[in-house]
Design a protein around this ligand. Structure first.
Ligand SMILES: Cc1ncc(COP(=O)(O)O)c(C=O)c1O
Length: 558
């Protein structure tokens, strides 16, 4: 009898254990199904695979015919490259000299310098088309390098420059004058911080704010608050989205450590909504609304532009619908919905992405432009979520302090920013914003198509991505032709053009003229020669073969 009871109990326990593991297995499966099927959706695997990519590069012959172009085309390219190289070396002499000197000591410069073009082409490009990173001044829409060359600025200073550099020169100078008497005294506040908090509350529609030094720190704090208040462990970041370089939001390539408490889930996906509806360990969902321009893909860069598969199309209605559904599930499950507006805040609408998409978040992070040109990160949130201690548990706190948080000079520049932002002439820049920038993108695309050039642009308001319409390995060369035409680009090249909102139609047309001229010069120099048998797939396959051959070859050598 006792034996039978024991057997029954063991069987019962076994069945219960089996049922539990089946449930756990089911949950794991659901998580897998909610991942985007691209490598970007599989952060760990991407990091592991990245470790296998071998370095190899093309010599000065292969550089010009790596796509199998015939000799006459390779020669055309060689001649165009030599002309461009001569132009760079004579026109940008001092700027290049200074940049080369600085790069020896500044690791950041070495990094950006190494990742402007696909690594196979890097050595030849760096030898003959060195780039300068130095500027001496900015004025209106232009910046001037150390050799006196003026460029239209399409870098947008990483997104800080929403209203034009003169605007920020003014906010910094006026702000500094207003806090001069206090000076850089930290810990205590200058009274103007009260007005900053009031205005940001109005803009965000949220109850409280906290000030930090960067967008990365603002995101760290928002996630920490979500974990503290929900007492749950995991954050959900959506596939491809950038949220700064903190480890938990950068679980894949770029971070040597895995992020154990981050789920990277697909955007605009039913499976993701299902996971949010059913799991109990999710504290928050981080949304970077910029992803509307390229859902589930990382912010592009020319350093990986080996074919023409890069695509982008902003469907505002579809993305709005996704955000609304996300909002609803988060509300049902008490998951904190965080909008990371560090990049897009103040760029899409005066009330930011919340206003633009008509969706309210529980916490919002701002950064970049709101500092009036100085370093900043801001968290805004519902009162209950912003609280950093518990009244009934005095030792249970959510710590967040920083020496330079609320620096008087930053607060003063922010104060000027917020005041001038409300001025009618600044608010006028938002009038018909989408229609204006969509129209400009369409006009440029029409001109490119009329010229038969294999280039087009996609945009979310004044945020642009250059895409390519015909398979090619050489699209990244366009960034060098654009610079030669006096257009300043950031280190990601044609992957991201950021216009400040104060471009007039005439200014924009001047940029468009240069853009078309650059693309025409590149076409004339033979870079877009095309073998009809080539597709993006065949290019990918060929590169994969090169990598495998190189790995085998170098393994045999060692
Ligand atoms: C959406 C988003 N979040 C966070 C960050 C990080 O901000 P910061 O570079 O100020 O640390 C960035 C920076 O580009 C960003 O675009």
């Amino acid at each position: 009898m006792a034996w039978a009871t024991t057997t029954l109990a063991v069987c019962g326990l076994g069945a219960a254990a089996l049922a539990t593991s089946m449930v756990a297995l089911g949950r794991r499966l659901e998580l897998s199904q909610a991942k985007h099927r691209s490598l970007a959706g599989h952060a760990r695997m991407a990091r592991r695979l990245a470790g296998f990519v071998p370095f190899y590069d093309y010599d000065e012959d292969r550089f010009f015919d790596s796509d199998g172009a015939p000799a006459d085309i390779a020669n055309l390219r060689r001649a165009g490259f030599a002309r461009l190289s001569e132009l760079y070396k004579t026109r940008f002499t001092e700027t290049i000299r200074c940049s080369a000197e600085a790069a020896e000591a500044i690791s950041d410069l070495q990094f950006t310098g190494a990742y402007r073009v696909p690594f196979q082409y890097r050595r030849v490009v760096r030898a003959h088309l060195p780039l300068g990173t130095f500027l001496q001044s900015s004025d209106g829409l232009t910046v001037t390098d150390l050799d006196g060359n003026r460029f239209y600025d399409l870098t947008g200073s990483y997104g800080v420059n929403v209203f034009g550099y003169d605007f920020y020169k003014d906010t910094i100078a006026c702000g500094a004058a207003r806090v001069h008497e206090l000076g850089p005294v930290l810990g205590a506040y200058h009274p103007l911080i009260i007005e900053n908090a009031k205005r940001i509350r109005e803009i965000s529609g949220l109850d409280e704010v906290s000030f930090h030094m960067s967008g990365t720190e603002a995101v760290m704090q928002a996630v920490r608050l979500a974990r503290y208040h929900t007492r749950r462990t995991h954050l959900v970041r959506l596939c491809g989205a950038y949220h700064g370089w903190w480890g938990d939001v950068q679980p894949g390539i770029g971070n040597p450590q895995p992020a154990h408490e981050t789920y990277t889930l697909a955007e605009m996906s039913e499976e993701t909504l299902h996971v949010l509806r059913t799991r109990r360990d999710i504290a928050c969902v981080l949304v970077n609304p910029e992803q509307g321009l390229h859902p589930n893909a990382p912010a592009p860069t020319d350093s990986s532009l080996l074919d023409s598969a890069r695509s982008s199309h902003f469907d505002k209605a579809a993305y709005t619908d996704w955000l609304k559904r996300l909002r609803q599930v988060c509300s049902e499950r008490n998951i904190v919905l965080i909008f990371d507006e560090v990049f897009v805040g103040f760029r899409l609408a005066p009330g930011g992405a919340q206003e633009y998409f008509g969706v309210r978040a529980d916490l919002v992070t701002y950064g970049k432009t709101i500092g009036g040109g100085l370093p900043i990160g801001v968290v805004c949130g519902r009162k209950d979520l912003m609280k950093r201690f518990r009244d009934d548990r005095p030792a249970d706190i959510c710590f967040a302090r920083g020496t330079f948080n609320s620096h008087p000079y930053v607060m003063a520049a922010m104060n000027e920013f917020l005041r001038q932002f409300e001025a009618p002439q600044t608010q006028a820049l938002y009038r018909d914003l989408d229609a204006v920038w969509d129209g400009r993108a369409q006009r440029l695309n029409q001109r490119l198509a009329d010229e038969g050039l294999p280039v087009k642009v996609a945009n979310m308001s004044a945020l642009w991505i250059v895409c390519y319409t015909q398979p090619s390995r050489y699209n990244w060369m366009l960034q060098y032709y654009l610079r030669a035409q006096g257009l300043a680009l950031s280190w990601v090249g044609t992957a991201r053009l950021i216009f400040s909102l104060n471009y007039t139609d005439a200014d924009f047309d001047a940029v468009a003229d240069r853009f078309v001229a650059a693309a025409k010069a590149m076409a004339q120099d033979g870079w877009w020669w095309h073998d009809p048998a080539t597709t993006n797939k065949t290019i990918k396959r060929a590169i994969m073969k090169e990598m495998i051959a190189h790995r085998l070859f170098s393994a045999r050598k060692h």
